[in-house]
Design a protein around this ligand. Structure first.
Ligand SMILES: [Zn+2]
Length: 86
């Protein structure tokens, strides 16, 4: 199985404009990120699951694979919905 998604995302701080390329975890969403430029703690925008979806050039791996509806908490919701429909 090859990776069909990018694990690197470049975050841009909305406060100071610092850009930093970070490697994303595949097994969890990163909800907090400390800006390396100004030290502000970034949090996802409303409706986004992680800082990469809000501030990165590339959204997190589950979103890349299955779309923005599929990630994290929403992923769990949609899975249980699917199970209930069956
Ligand atoms: Zn910053």
């Amino acid at each position: 199985m090859g990776a069909r998604f990018s694990l690197e995302s470049t975050l841009t701080c909305p406060e100071c404009g610092a850009v930093k390329t970070e490697t994303m975890p595949t097994d969890a969403c990163q909800y907090f990120y400390d800006c390396t430029g100004c030290g502000v703690v970034l949090r996802p925008k409303p409706g986004d699951c992680c800082v990469f979806c809000s501030y990165g050039t590339v959204p997190c791996p589950p979103v890349q694979l299955e779309g923005r509806e599929a990630c994290c908490g929403r992923r769990r919701e949609s899975l249980s919905l699917t199970a209930a429909e069956r």
